[in-house]
Design a protein around this ligand. Structure first.
Ligand SMILES: *Cc1c(COP(=O)(O)O)cnc(C)c1O
Length: 344
């Protein structure tokens, strides 16, 4: 039955909406959200805020837009933003915070997406006529380019303590924050309690077709709403996006451990292959180094694709595999069988 099936491990953005989500769209109560009159959007934003223990929420078109809006809302052009040199916001978002927000980015080289509070302290500037104003720290959890690495509450607190002492705001790119909370066996409100704004994606492992949400305090979200408008992100009957988003938060956030289990199954299987040293993943992303097999990431990706196993390379000799709702344990077993035949 598997012969022609492609096993697509490129991204959890490949999740399709559930039947319940599609039905929720048909039944959603709608209005004009630019007027604040879409009841379903309002319900989603209140739910998100409550879930994160914050005052308010804002539905945005994408994670990229949410991160940009959150940073625009808390900085002025010329301000300095601290972030890891591998951070998604720095690496994969077209330089938006500089191009559009005019902020200067100060990258810090962390280990697996986490820089220490000492490193941050060392980078923060004091007031001087020559310097930009140090304004905001941006974190990411789980950390994509480190293979879905989970950052613990203790690690986050070490950073937020330094931020508070230095009058810095803290934004969290929590595209996969529900994966982090699942892995740490905690809740998103506890994990992000000392963080000012959080962006999370409805459209990745949570299976909604479109959208992200930014949560924070009332005042910041009010500014964020205006920033969303200036970016052309004010949408009208956006309840058709919010309805599946509500199911994403309430229901789909509770099944992510299944994706972590399939990722682990894949990592254990790959680790058996000669020349591959694969660590157990923290969440739903498995990062594999193919250098001992003499392959670049791109070469490995096309070799894998020739047997119908789709993956992606973040550069170098690395290949990234991501698990999600449509990837079963049988799919992983099949993928490993195909790879074994190919490599042996
Ligand atoms: C996917 C992702 C984003 C951006 O989300 P989009 O909806 O694709 O714009 C931001 N940060 C991280 C860590 C991501 O994985």
């Amino acid at each position: 039955m598997y012969e022609n099936k492609k096993i697509d491990l490129r991204s959890d953005t490949k999740t399709l909406p559930t039947e319940e989500m599609l039905n929720s769209i048909l039944e959603a109560e709608l209005g004009d959200d630019v007027f604040g009159e879409d009841p379903t959007v309002n319900r989603l934003e209140e739910l998100a805020a409550k879930k994160f223990g914050k005052e308010a929420g804002l539905l945005v078109t994408s994670g990229t837009q949410g991160n940009l809006i959150a940073i625009l809302s808390q900085t002025l052009p010329g301000d300095e933003v601290f972030l890891d040199s591998q951070a998604h916001i720095y690496y994969y978002e077209v330089g938006a915070i500089s191009a559009i927000g005019g902020v200067t980015t100060r990258t810090i080289d962390g280990v697996d997406g986490y820089f220490t509070s000492e490193q941050l302290e060392g980078a923060i500037r004091y007031e001087d006529i020559h310097f930009p104003v140090s304004k905001l720290v941006s974190l990411e959890n789980t950390f994509n380019r480190a293979g879905g690495k989970v950052i613990t509450k203790k690690q986050l607190d070490a950073i937020t303590d330094v931020a508070v002492d230095n009058n810095l705001k803290v934004h969290l790119d929590g595209a996969r924050i529900f994966n982090a909370a699942t892995a740490l066996n905690t809740t998103v409100d506890k994990l992000t309690e000392n963080i000012d704004t959080v962006q999370f994606c409805l459209s990745k492992g949570l299976s909604a077709p479109v959208g992200s949400v930014v949560v924070g305090d009332e005042e910041t979200i009010k500014i964020a709403r205006k920033k969303r408008k200036i970016l052309g992100g004010g949408m009208r009957q956006a309840g058709i996006i919010a309805a599946p988003g509500i199911i994403a938060i309430e229901k789909m956030s509770k099944r992510l451990h299944e994706d972590h289990a399939t990722a682990k199954q894949l990592a254990i299987g790959l680790n058996e292959f000669q020349g591959l040293n694969v660590k157990d993943p923290d969440s739903n992303i498995v990062m594999v180094d193919f250098s001992e097999l003499g392959l670049t990431g791109t070469e490995a990706v096309s070799k894998l694709a020739s047997v119908g196993v789709l993956s992606g390379s973040p550069g170098g000799n690395k290949v990234r595999f991501v698990t999600y709702r449509h990837i079963s344990q049988d799919d992983i077993t099949e993928a490993l069988d195909r790879l074994e035949k190919m490599f042996v």
